[in-house]
Every structure is written in C-alpha cells, then in structure tokens.
Design a protein around this ligand. Structure first.
Ligand SMILES: C[S@@+](CC[C@H](N)C(=O)[O-])C[C@H]1O[C@@H](n2cnc3c(N)ncnc32)[C@H](O)[C@@H]1O
Length: 334
C-alpha cells in the first residue's frame, strides 16, 4: 500500500494518510485552557457516569449476590471487546439483515427484536471502527503525540490491552522499547498476540527524518502480565502511557491512578493519558454497546475535567485536547 492512502479491510481501516500543517486542526483540538490554576469543579462539573451494564455482569452479580470483582470484569470485557475487532463486518452486516427479515417473515416479535439489536450494533461498529476509525484513530493519535523531545524512548503502557498506542508512539519515536502491562493474560495472548501483523503504523525513518511504515514485529515489545500495583520498575521510563484507564476509577481512587503513572517516570519524561469524551455520540455508543463494553465502572469526561484531575494531583499539563472519541493529555510531574 502507498503512503498517503487509506483502505477498508473487512475488520478495520488501514490509514497511511498524512496531514498538512493546515489540516492538523481537523484531527486534534488543542489547548482550550490557558491557566489550570483558575479552573474549579464548579466551572467544569463532574463526569457523566455510564449506568447501562453488560448482561454478563448483571447475570454474574445476580447468581453470586455480590458485585463483580474488577479483575474478572476486565477478563469479561477483553473477551467480549476482542470478538468485535476480528469480525468480518460486511459479512455480519449482511447476515444481520437476513436475520431481521427472517424474523419479520415469521411474525416473531422476539426474533425480530433480537435481530434488530444485532443489526444496530454491527452497523454502529462499522461506522465507529471501520468508517470513522474512531477507536484506533491513527491520524488523531499522531497529531496528539507529535513533537515530543524523545530519542529511542522506553515506553510503559499501563492497562495495555492490545498495545496499539504504544506501537504508534514507537513508530513516531523509533528505536526504543515498549513494556506493555495488563493483568489479564488474554490481552498478551490474544488481543496483542493476534493483533494483525499486517497493520501499518506510520512513523519516522530515523536515518532520513522522512516517513516510514512499521508493523507489530518491528517493535521491541515486552508484555508483562501483572497488576499495575505490583510492578518491579523504578523511575525509568521516558513515557508512561494509559488509554481508557482513569475513567474506570471513582474520584476516591483517581489520585492513586495518577500516582501509578508518576511512579515509573524518569525525570523529564512524559505522562500520556487518554480517556473517552463526554459527547452525545459517545453516550449513545456506550448505551447501544452496553452488552459488549460495560462490565466495569465507567465515566465519560471532558478534557477540562480530565485535566483538573491531573492538575489537582500534582501534574503540569503540557498539552491537552481531544481527537475523535478521546481526550488526550501530555503532562509532567510538577
Ligand atoms: C479499558 S481497557 C483499556 C482500553 C483499551 N485501549 C481497549 O481497547 O480495551 C483497560 C485495561 O486495563 C487493564 N487493567 C485494569 N486494571 C489493571 C490493573 N490493576 N493492573 C493491570 N491491568 C489492569 C484491563 O485488564 C484492561 O485490559
């Protein structure tokens, strides 16, 4: 595939399109807050809490008469979410339409209702992940991550799942090392293990300064299956990264989550965090996809709310903004 091209595969989009300086603002909106010390919770409000949960979680809680423990809830989430990444989406859209028509033909209310739900979900997934490429969003992430002062960085990714963002960072700042951490072994074996080797990450060629395409096997990756709270590392990483972690912890635990990032960062390194945005589109998405996605506590927040959590917990915010579906912040300990 040529540089500057994009193509739809059955399960995802591949996208090697670059953007010019003028186009940059189409992919990322940056730095809406001038002075974080002037912002208060009264100004920004509190995050939106998602309260529609997966049936799997509700069933488990009903039969065990207790709340689903976080570790198990992540194991359920990762299996459920991964199934969607490997779908042949056009084939499943066709199948869901056939099932819907069959339900109508049989005058079966429950069959038709189930098929309609399936049809809505697969069409939404097609739009969100394949057409818009909102989940991986390589152009948005490149815009958010560019221009950092890094050479051959060691990157620590907390709650890494398939490790996508660390691979994108390592393509942009090549020659370093990636340490992926997730306490669900399925993430190492399947979400990362089966991440498509053919997927191209657009990055930098260190010898020419021009563009270069990297693939999963080009990166120097170590996958650690461990609880973030039990890692053996010191303050040794140039980047400590998390994607979709902070919003899974209520306010009483947010400072601990920020501390997890600070703890492993070398002086002068960067903390990079992203969280899903509180926008109408995302609220609808998490409502419709509740069965697939909502096994744990989840908030949707604005970048101002996210920034205030980090600022209040002792980080200086170097860059903040949002891309298609996530907020992103680059910060350093104050
Ligand atoms: C919401 S996911 C991150 C989103 C991810 N980008 C995805 O596509 O699923 C959070 C990940 O963090 C992991 N995780 C949560 N708490 C953890 C902990 N205490 N130690 C290690 N991993 C943890 C979960 O297993 C899960 O894979």
């Amino acid at each position: 595939m040529e540089l500057d091209d994009s193509r739809l595969e059955p399960s995802f989009r591949i996208d090697l399109r670059n953007f010019s300086e003028e186009e940059y603002n189409k992919y990322v909106k940056l730095n809406t807050v001038n002075d974080w010390s002037l912002l208060s919770w009264k100004d920004v409000g509190k995050p939106y809490e998602v309260t529609s949960f997966a049936r799997e979680k509700k069933d488990w809680e009903a039969s065990n008469q207790t709340e689903l423990p976080p570790h198990l809830s992540w194991q359920m989430f990762n299996r459920s979410f991964h199934e969607w990444f490997v779908k042949d989406v056009p084939a499943e859209m066709d199948q869901s339409k056939q099932n819907f028509l069959k339900g109508l033909k049989n005058f079966s209310y429950s069959e038709t209702k189930t098929a309609l739900g399936e049809m809505i979900r697969i069409h939404l997934w097609n739009y969100a992940h394949r057409i818009e490429d909102g989940i991986w969003d390589p152009r948005g992430k490149r815009a958010l991550f560019e221009g950092l002062d890094l050479s051959k960085p060691r990157i620590l990714f907390l709650g890494a799942a398939e490790g996508y963002e660390a691979m994108q960072l390592s393509a942009m700042y090549p020659g370093g090392e990636i340490v992926l951490v997730d306490y669900d072994p399925f993430c190492k074996e399947t979400r990362f293990g089966h991440f498509p080797e053919s997927y191209p990450f657009l990055g930098t060629n260190p010898s020419t300064g021009g563009s270069k395409v990297y693939h999963k096997n080009d990166f120097n990756v170590h996958y650690v299956v461990e609880d973030i709270r039990r890692l053996p590392f010191g303050k040794e990483f140039d980047i400590v990264l998390s994607v979709g972690l902070l919003e899974h912890f209520p306010d009483s635990l947010k400072s601990e989550v920020v501390e997890w990032h600070r703890k492993f960062l070398r002086p002068g390194g960067y903390i990079i965090m992203t969280t899903p945005r509180a926008q109408l589109k995302s609220k609808l998405y998490y409502e419709i996809m509740a069965d697939v996605m909502n096994h744990t506590y989840r908030e949707l927040m604005t970048v101002e709310q996210m920034g205030l959590y980090l600022y209040e917990n002792g980080l200086d915010i170097l860059r903040h903004g949002y891309i298609k579906v996530h907020n992103g912040i680059i910060a350093q300990p104050r």
